[in-house]
Write a protein that binds this ligand. Structure first.
Ligand code: CTP
Ligand code: MG
Length: 542
């Protein structure tokens, strides 16, 4: 039994996670901590036995006021990249102090309703974009011209093969949705989107798939890299995040001395753009029967400590407490015991360290998705997490490959979370040259990414799988039928929770919106004289 305990402890030691390796340090470095990799100096881990003293981590500075000044300056001088509104983050100053506990209860439905009221503006001139694609800058081959023609005639036709299969994924829709008010609302919102009326036919997709990349693609490299740089968060932002994390940790310890806070999501996975909100997981060492109760207690604690806009969303799919810190201006979401997200955050972060082109591509794709309004799961489009997985998968598929398949390699990291074994090769420092024989630039990769999702991907039969570094079939996953609200119209396998299709939020309306947006992006990358502006032109929901 002792041996078993020891083994368990060793395994836990590997679940180490942190986002600010150089600034927040573990005071006592647990033994066996990840063989000196990037997480060696991580801020938090789950390695301490349950009965040990609370986690000790050191915050290197307490420069609150000074830094706020910095952030102020930064906000004033930073020019938002194309498509960014540049509005300040979070609720920015609106207060709801003193709200009583039952006023904290909000749910996602309410937010959805509020959101749809906000969106009354008119649609951008997308049609024009399709009917008059820009001249192929730098070249004008016959193939390209004939493709433009095909595009014109192809638009609006139904992709028959795909459509038949999609129908089977929509079976049961009518009967099931009758009693599903939430779902109705979601679909109604999707229908308000005027996009998705003009998808290419399968025939045109096949032709476009063979299209060669525009010859002046290299011209786009510098501007795309400049956009990437402008999205990259400045160092001060990390310092602010650390400051907030440290003060939240202190607060939480008062109520739950064994609790640990883990950062996850974009603030920790290497794919966070400037001024992102931060995601925190509160890991409690106890069995939780009533998450809502804990969330409400947490909300009370946070509210009494002058944090602003504190809301407990107890009925969301992932229940969270939202808050805004008036000192740093950062908004954050805190969830409870969502350790799988902490682990998949580490996987993404490890991939990000292997080849710089992943972050470049993913920043551009996320920026595009946010600008075009297709990064909204409550409207049936994809999460940022899904887009990053799409980018990783795309780079695994390049020949020569730009990224390896970490889960297909020797397992140097292994942890079991919620009965799911999460294991992969995490000695990233050994993989720095992995993609060096592939010389593709970010411009070529952005072009290739949109080309793949517009014309190359087989939506009817394929699942993209970062876990295997390959395409697998829907048949193999049994994702050929609609079950409940999971439709599998675009299939992205979660690397650890393999029964989870990240595309399951996508419905029969939003799949068309998504695909039209991929086609628009591919078209712009191929033909537009100024793709770096056009690509990110904000879409305003009608
Ligand atoms: N996550 C998950 N399963 C999902 C969606 C999200 O496990 N279906 C977890 C992942 O750990 C992900 C985190 O939640 O990193 C945050 O998800 P998301 O908001 O989609 O991504 P961010 O990287 O935080 O992107 P953004 O910059 O848009 O906040
Ligand atoms: Mg996030």
């Amino acid at each position: 039994q002792q041996q078993q305990q020891q083994q368990q402890q060793q395994q836990q030691q590997k679940l180490v996670f942190g986002s600010f390796p150089s600034d927040i340090q573990i005071l006592q470095k647990p033994e066996g901590l990840l063989n000196g990799n990037l997480f060696e100096k991580s801020n938090l881990d789950l390695s301490k036995p349950a009965n040990s003293s609370p986690y000790a981590f050191q915050h290197q500075s307490e420069r609150g006021k000074q830094q706020q000044h910095h952030v102020g300056n930064y906000r004033e001088t930073l020019r938002p990249p194309p498509g960014f509104s540049g509005k300040p983050r979070g609720g920015g100053g609106s207060r709801d102090f003193g709200a009583r506990r039952n006023h904290l209860e909000h749910n996602v439905d309410k937010l959805r309703a509020e959101y749809s009221q906000l969106s009354n503006d008119t649609e951008m001139g997308l049609r024009g974009q399709f009917d008059h694609p820009g001249p192929p800058a730098g070249s004008g081959t016959d193939i390209k011209e004939s493709l433009i023609e095909l595009h014109r005639f192809g638009g609006g036709q139904v992709d028959e093969v795909g459509e038949r299969i999609i129908e089977s994924l929509l079976i049961e829709e009518e009967s099931e949705d009758k009693n599903d008010k939430k779902h109705h609302r979601h679909e109604k919102e999707s229908r308000l989107d005027n996009r998705g009326q003009r998808l290419l036919s399968q025939r045109v997709r096949m032709l476009k798939r063979q299209m060669e990349c525009r010859s002046d693609i290299h011209r786009l490299n510098a501007p795309l890299l400049a956009i990437y740089e402008s999205l990259n968060p400045p160092k001060e932002e990390k310092t602010k995040q650390q400051q907030l994390l440290a003060s939240l940790q202190k607060l939480v310890w008062k109520e739950w001395p064994q609790a640990k806070l883990f950062l996850y999501g974009s603030c920790a996975n290497g794919f966070g753009v400037s001024r992102s909100d931060i995601d925190i997981c509160l890991a409690l060492n106890e069995d939780i029967n009533n998450k809502s109760e804990i969330l409400l207690k947490l909300a009370d604690i946070l509210q009494s400590d002058n944090l602003q806009n504190v809301q407990a969303l107890t009925r969301a799919r992932v229940p969270i407490v939202k808050l805004m810190d008036p000192v740093t201006g950062i908004s954050c979401d805190i969830c409870i015991n969502n350790v799988l997200a902490v682990v998949n955050t580490k996987l993404l972060r490890d991939y990000a360290q292997i080849d710089a082109r992943l972050r470049q591509l993913a920043f551009i794709v996320k920026h595009w998705a946010k600008s075009r309004g297709v990064n909204e799961t409550y409207r049936g489009t994809l999460s940022s997490y899904a887009y990053v997985l799409m980018c990783i998968h795309f780079l695994q598929q390049r020949r020569p490959a730009i990224l390896p398949c970490l889960q297909g390699m020797e397992k140097t990291y292994n942890v079991t979370v919620d009965n799911i074994e999460c294991a992969y090769f995490d000695q990233i420092e050994k993989l720095h040259n992995f993609g060096s024989s592939n010389k593709e630039t970010v411009a070529q990769l952005v072009w290739g990414f949109f080309n793949y999702w517009a014309y190359g991907h087989d939506y009817a039969n394929s699942v993209i799988s970062v876990r295997t570094g390959s395409i697998i079939s829907k048949q193999e996953k049994d994702w050929t039928r609609r079950i409940g609200n999971d439709r599998h119209l675009i299939c992205i396998e979660d690397p650890f929770e393999t029964s989870h299709d990240l595309g399951r939020v996508v419905d029969k309306f939003s799949i068309r919106v998504l695909r039209e947006e991929f086609e628009r992006a591919a078209d712009i990358m191929q033909f537009d004289p100024n793709p770096c502006v056009k690509l990110f032109e904000p879409y305003v929901h009608s």
